[in-house]
Each structure stands twice: as structure tokens, then as C-alpha cells.
Design a binder for this molecule. Structure first.
Ligand SMILES: Cc1cc2nc3c(=O)[nH]c(=O)nc-3n(C[C@H](O)[C@H](O)[C@H](O)COP(=O)(O)OP(=O)(O)OC[C@H]3O[C@@H](n4cnc5c(N)ncnc54)[C@H](O)[C@@H]3O)c2cc1C
Ligand SMILES: NC(=O)c1ccc[n+]([C@@H]2O[C@H](COP(=O)([O-])OP(=O)(O)OC[C@H]3O[C@@H](n4cnc5c(N)ncnc54)[C@H](OP(=O)(O)O)[C@@H]3O)[C@@H](O)[C@H]2O)c1
Length: 655
């Protein structure tokens, strides 16, 4: 089940990888990312599929419109293994056009093509070796057919066809806060704009990744089929794209200011877009250009299809830009295109800045982008416990912790992920208002100034029958293993157990962090027994000084204050000071507890964090524990955990 969840979650990541599968852990919640109906065949993706079918099908297979095997650069890198993606592709190229790679003839006297002189272009690091203005390019991708169009909205059509639109606000300010009604991540319900009740940073300046805590007010969240927020559940957040990025794209495309916020009719030819989870059908709806670009398309977190280059080529006025873009769409440029897919993470904004003479129509560009998907965030509280908090005056809160994803941008800066970046912008505004209020009046109550801003998070109930929430029990011993923000849901578990007084002997939390001075999130917020139940494993802390033989050598990690010396279970090798670097090291060192809990009738072991590395590392450590303590051979040990998984005792939710 753990493996299943990881796989399903991965395939349904925030618009990373597309799947046509309909199975979800919560029936009405989208985890897959329906594409914008494109039948685009890009050599890279097809190659991935053809490689995986190489034994059974010698023919090239066209990718189904709704299936992408690898659309993020990380995924592609994983499939291709270490090293240069292009080289790997060349090795497997069947020469039948699937890979399309064709070399340009080399002319020793050729001077090469002049390139656009801007940072955005240099950031692409395109390999244009052999390309000249007169190079012959073949198998240039056909210009993709636009799949959507805009039409004028007349007063008469509002009255007759869209009566609700008479009241609908579409100005830029409104659009940046409220998602369009046609987006339905969990039909038939709308997205709910939840007021932000509190926000604070959990990490300290200098932390490699910043993490923020949010209190979200769901007092007025509408009734939805009787399902409530649950400890261990995850809410869906529908983030808007960065407004500055949207504005710059509209500028780059030359969309006149008067058109940006003017209501228009949007026609689609089929598919779910832009509803996220609506029926597959052609649509006619009312929106604005800014609204569509803000809420419905992924402009930054996935690698682009080749059609985007072809479209830009078609509309480039500068001859050298046109040539380079055509090259990227041709058989000769396939290697460069593959490098782009596996190389720097690009945004549409960067691409338009790199080729400033190209101004394609917005609707043609939108046709080539995929749906912007909701992001999920685990509840870091028990909603019932938090709502009983003093001073809330009957408000109902859910809490989440969000780690900010960052990736290099062309302007020598880092840009944030869509969802975590949106939430960080909210948190920063809230925190700034709080600080200003405190400066002005040190007696001001926390939260008051922040709440006055009226900040909102567009969200929906999300996953409330996912493994963590489904298998959590209010009694029985538990081992909780979480790295980074993966620890967040376990705060909810512990707060729930605190209600029942006796949690000290029943919970063991192994928390993986980098450095206890910087990123030990929720330190001091786990109740009176925190020091007894928690082991902190620091991956970046300095090694302790060597210890002479015989000196107390049982401590393997540090406690929540960052001091060594609190491990309850002693390591087997007393003479050797072992320092756990990652949570899986600690799992091995705490083998007795792990083995005791998993063999208790109502014992459970939960794992949460990133799939890559940590999830796999913990799995291996658990196998080692079963081999060591249960005297099982490796295969039987694996089976042991599979059985525990099937029985709902070993639960891993990794991402
Ligand atoms: C059930 C569940 C619970 C979760 N709980 C939490 C939680 O409690 N707290 C939490 O912080 N997160 C949680 N997550 C993860 C969260 O949903 C988001 O995935 C995370 O915040 C990143 O989203 P983002 O929009 O900020 O980043 P995105 O914009 O989606 O970027 C994500 C990554 O994609 C890569 N990327 C970026 N741009 C490109 C590009 N142009 N081309 C290719 N690759 C690119 C980068 O590696 C980047 O880090 C959970 C996920 C699930 C499924
Ligand atoms: N319900 C869910 O599915 C859910 C809920 C919350 C969070 N998440 C996911 O959890 C992840 C947490 O991300 P984060 O950014 O906070 O932390 P992170 O980047 O995963 O790092 C957290 C800690 O894990 C360490 N680590 C790195 N490689 C490891 C490995 N191979 N084995 C074990 N530990 C390793 C890091 O050490 P070094 O960097 O020093 O190597 C660091 O100390 C995210 O991917 C998030 O989406 C999932």
C-alpha cells in the first residue's frame, strides 16, 4: 500500500505526470492532471514509452493524449539515469523518426548563428553547435492547431446565456484573490476561499528550506456530503500563478491593457480544461484573459512540449530567433530540445523573454499548456483539538505547514513553486503586518493585524480518507517517522493523543531535520511529553567529538534541544559512537522499539516525507530491523512489511 500510494501520488503530482486513470483515494478529488487535450508527440516522451515497450513492440508507439510517462525533468533524469540525456537518447535512437535526432552537417568555416543577447536566452544553455542561418532543417513539427478561442461577449449573451455573469467581478484585484467558478476540483462543490487566521515561519533565517505554518479558518466551510476535516488528512489548495509573472507574460505577448480584464467568451473543443475535474466536453464560458492565465494553466512547473517552440517560431519577427526556434522544433534540434527537457527548469515567462520578438496569440499558447493542478497539504493539527483552543471564540481552524520549493531563475535569483510560492507570499504579508503592529504597540494581540488584511487561501476539503487519516487510531503504540515537513501530520497525531493523557509510553517520533538551530519545525509544540517521545536526527549537524571506548556511547541522535544523550534504546555496539544522519539510521538504532510496536496487536508505524531517498531508505531500514530482530531472511522480511502494510499497521505516505 505504501508503494502504491507513492506511485499513485507521483503519477498525480501537481501537474507533473499525467494519467488517464480515474481511481482516487477520495472519489471526488482530483489527483491526476488532465492535459489540455494535446495530441502533441514530442520525441522525448515518446522515446520514454517506446523504450519501455521495446521488447513487445518494435513499432514506434504514439503517446496517448492523456498519458505522459515523464514530463518533469527529474522524472526524465531518473528514467535516463545519470549523465547527459541527449547521449542516452542517441544510444537508443531507432532511426525511424521516434527520436528524430539528425545531425547538422559540420562546416569548418561556418560562423554559427548569432544568438539573442539577453539573460533569459543564456539561461537556456542551448547547444546550437553546427546551426547557421542557412542550415537545412527537416521534420519540423507541424504548427499545433489551437484548441481554444476567445469570442466577444455581448450584453445580449450575458442576459440570455450567462445571467450569473451580470454580477460577476472580473477586475485584476478580484481575479487575483478569487478562482473562477468554473474551476471545480471536487464537483459539484466550489473552491472555498478560507480566511487566514494565523501565519508564522517555523524555520530560522539561514535554513536551507523555509517552512511556514498557517492557521486556516474553516468555520464557514460549507457542508459537503457530511465529510469532515480529519487528523492526518490533506487539504487541496488551488494556487494562482504569480501575478507579476502573469503580468509580464501579458506584456510579452503584447496583450493590450484594456483587453486583460475585459470579460470574454472562452470556447474549448473538449476535455476537462479549465474545470480541473469536470466532464470531458466542449465548453463555452465567460472569463478574462488574466483569469485564465492566473488560475488554469501551468506556466512554470512542468517541462514544455515541443509545440511551444514551434508556436514561438511561427510568430518570431527576428530572423535568428525564428531560426533557433525552428531548429528546436526540427529533427536536427531534437538533442537540444531533449537537453531543455532535462535541463534548467523553464517558465513561459523565461521563454518569452529569451525570444522577445515572438508574440504568439494568447489562445494559441494556452492550447499548449496543461491544467494548473491543486497542491495538497497535510493537516498538521487535529482540527477538533485546535478548535477547542482558548480565545478562538468558536472559530474552527485547520493548520498546515508548507515548505517552500525553489528553483533557479534566469535573473540569477530563485523562483518559488506555484503552490508553496503563493502560500509564502501570503505568509510574508501576514507576518509583515504583525511585525508593524507590534512595533507600533507592543501590547497588540497576536494575529489581529494579520487578519485585518483579509488574506484568503482558495482550498477544498481534499483527502480525508488517505492512508494517514484512515489508519490513525486514538489508541495503541505508534512509531512516527517524518523527515522535513513530512513530520507535520504527526503533530496532529500527537495532539490528538495528548487529549487522552497517556501518550508518553505509546508514541515514538523520529524527526529528520537538517540542523536543530534552523529547521526543527514545531519544536516545543508537541505537548508535555515532547522530550520523552521525540528523537531528532540532524543531517547537517557537526559530528560530535570522538568518544573513548567505554564512555557512554548509547546516544545515537540528539534530543529536541539539540543535545546528545537521550536515546532510550541502546545501540548494540556500545564502544562505537554512532551518529544517525538520516531517519533510517535511527530506525536501525531503535530496532527494539520498532519491532515491539509493529508486533503489538494495535501497534502502528507511520512514515511521511519525500519518496525519493527518505521513503526508500526507511523501507530498507525496516527490512533490516525485521531481519535482525525477527531473524528473517530478506525475502521473508520484505513480505513481513508488505503484510503489515496490507493490515494497515505500516503506513507510508510519501511524496
Ligand atoms: C498527500 C500530500 C500531502 C502533502 N503535504 C504537504 C505538506 O504538508 N507540506 C508541504 O510542504 N508539502 C506537502 N505536499 C507537497 C505539495 O503538495 C506540493 O507538491 C509542494 O508544495 C510543491 O508544490 P509547488 O507548487 O510549490 O511546486 P511546483 O511549482 O509544483 O514545483 C515542484 C518541483 O517541480 C520542479 N520544477 C519546477 N519547475 C519546473 C519546470 N519548469 N520543469 C520541470 N520541473 C520543474 C522543481 O523540482 C520543483 O521543486 C504534499 C503532497 C501530497 C500529495
Ligand atoms: N502526506 C504526504 O505525502 C506529505 C506530507 C508532508 C510532506 N510531504 C513531502 O515531504 C517532503 C519533505 O520535504 P522537505 O523539503 O521538508 O524536506 P526534505 O528536503 O525531504 O529534507 C528533510 C530531511 O531529509 C533529509 N534527507 C535527504 N535525503 C535523505 C535520504 N535519502 N534519506 C533520509 N533523509 C534524507 C534531508 O537531509 P539533507 O538535505 O541534509 O541530505 C533533511 O534533513 C516533501 O517532498 C513533501 O512534499 C508529504
Amino acid at each position: 500500500m505504501a508503494a502504491q500510494l507513492s506511485t499513485v501520488a507521483k503519477a498525480r503530482s501537481s501537474a507533473e505526470s499525467l494519467s488517464s486513470s480515474d481511481d482516487t483515494t477520495d472519489t471526488d478529488t482530483p489527483l491526476s492532471s488532465p492535459p489540455n487535450g494535446t495530441e502533441e508527440v514530442d520525441g522525448m516522451t515518446v522515446k520514454m514509452e517506446s523504450l519501455s515497450h521495446a521488447q513487445t513492440s518494435p513499432q514506434m508507439r504514439r503517446r496517448r493524449a492523456s498519458t505522459t510517462y515523464a514530463s518533469s525533468s527529474d522524472e526524465i533524469k531518473r528514467l535516463l539515469g545519470d549523465g547527459n540525456g541527449t547521449k542516452s537518447l542517441q544510444k537508443y535512437c531507432c532511426g525511424e523518426g521516434c527520436c528524430m535526432l539528425q545531425k547538422l552537417p559540420t562546416h569548418p568555416e561556418a560562423t554559427g548563428i548569432p544568438t539573442p543577447d539577453n539573460d533569459a536566452f543564456r539561461f537556456l544553455q542551448l547547444n546550437l553547435e553546427g546551426l547557421s542561418m542557412d542550415a537545412e532543417l527537416t521534420q519540423i513539427l507541424d504548427l499545433p492547431e489551437p484548441k481554444i478561442s476567445f469570442g466577444r461577449l455581448r450584453r445580449q449573451s450575458i442576459i440570455q446565456k450567462f445571467p450569473d455573469e451580470d454580477e460577476h467581478e472580473h477586475d485584476a484585484e478580484h481575479v487575483q484573490v478569487y478562482p473562477p467558478e468554473y474551476m471545480k476540483p471536487h464537483p459539484p462543490y466550489n473552491i472555498y476561499n478560507a480566511p487566514v487566521y494565523g501565519a508564522r515561519e517555523l524555520t530560522k533565517p539561514g535554513a536551507e528550506k523555509r517552512t511556514y505554518h498557517f492557521d486556516v479558518d474553516v468555520t464557514d466551510y460549507p457542508e459537503e456530503g457530511g465529510v469532515d476535516f480529519k487528523v492526518g488528512g490533506a487539504v487541496g489548495v488551488c494556487p494562482p500563478n504569480d501575478p507579476a509573472m502573469v503580468e509580464d507574460i501579458l506584456d510579452r505577448l503584447g496583450v493590450p491593457h484594456f483587453q486583460r480584464d475585459k470579460p470574454v467568451r472562452l470556447f474549448t473543443q473538449g476535455g476537462k480544461w479549465p474545470t480541473i475535474w469536470g466532464d470531458e466536453e466542449a465548453r463555452e464560458l465567460v472569463t478574462t484573459r488574466r483569469e485564465v492565465l492566473t488560475w488554469t494553466v501551468d506556466i512554470q512547473s512542468t517541462a514544455f512540449v515541443k509545440g511551444v517552440f514551434r508556436l514561438l517560431a511561427e510568430h518570431a519577427n527576428d530572423a535568428k530567433e525564428k531560426k533557433i526556434l525552428m531548429y528546436m522544433s526540427s529533427a536536427q534540434g531534437q538533442a537540444a530540445f531533449c537537453d531543455i527537457r532535462t535541463g534548467p527548469h523553464l517558465t513561459i515567462q523565461q521563454l518569452l523573454n529569451a525570444f522577445p520578438s515572438s508574440r504568439p496569440p494568447l489562445e494559441d499558447l494556452l492550447s499548449l499548456l496543461i491544467q494548473l493542478m491543486p497542491r495538497f497539504y497535510s493537516l498538521s493539527n487535529d482540527p477538533h483539538v485546535s478548535s477547542a483552543r482558548e480565545g478562538l471564540a468558536g472559530r474552527r481552524l485547520i493548520e498546515i505547514a508548507v515548505t517552500i520549493h525553489e528553483t533557479p531563475a534566469h535573473s540569477d535569483t530563485l523562483r518559488t513553486g506555484v503552490g508553496s510560492g503563493f502560500l509564502e507570499r501570503i505568509a510574508k504579508r501576514f507576518i509583515k503586518a504583525e511585525e508593524a503592529a507590534l512595533d507600533a504597540d507592543p501590547s497588540v494581540l497576536p494575529g489581529v493585524a494579520g487578519r485585518k488584511l483579509g488574506l484568503q487561501i482558495p482550498m477544498f476539503r481534499g483527502l480525508m480518507s488517505n492512508p494517514l487519516s484512515r489508519e490513525f487510531a486514538s489508541d495503541g503504540p505508534m512509531v512516527l517517522i517524518g523527515a522535513g515537513v513530512g513530520m507535520a501530520p504527526f503533530r496532529g497525531f500527537i495532539l490528538n493523543r495528548l487529549k487522552n493523557a497517556n501518550c508518553a509510553n505509546k508514541i515514538w517520533l523520529i524527526q529528520g531535520i537538517r540542523d536543530s538551530m534552523l529547521d526543527e519545525i514545531y519544536r516545543g509544540e508537541l505537548g508535555a511529553h515532547e522530550h520523552d517521545i521525540k528523537k531528532v536526527v540532524q543531517s547537517r549537524a557537526k559530528s560530535p567529538p570522538p568518544v573513548a571506548e567505554g564512555e557512554g556511547a548509547a546516544d545515537v541522535a540528539t534530543d529536541s534541544t539539540g543535545n546528545a544523550g537521550t536515546a532510550k534504546v541502546e545501540s548494540d555496539t556500545r564502544s562505537e559512537r554512532k551518529v544517525a544522519k538520516y531517519v533510517q539510521d535511527e530506525v536501525r538504532l531503535q530496532a527494539d522499539i520498532v519491532w515491539y510496536v509493529i508486533n503489538a496487536v494495535d501497534g502502528r508505524l507511520f512514515v511521511c516525507g519525500s519518496t525519493q531517498g527518505m521513503g526508500e531508505g526507511v523501507k530498507e531500514a525496516l527490512i533490516d530491523v525485521a531481519m535482525d530482530k525477527g531473524k528473517l531472511d530478506r525475502e521473508t522480511a520484505k513480505q513481513f512489511w508488505d503484510d503489515k502494510n496490507a493490515a494497515g499497521q505500516y503506513i507510508a505516505e510519501t511524496w
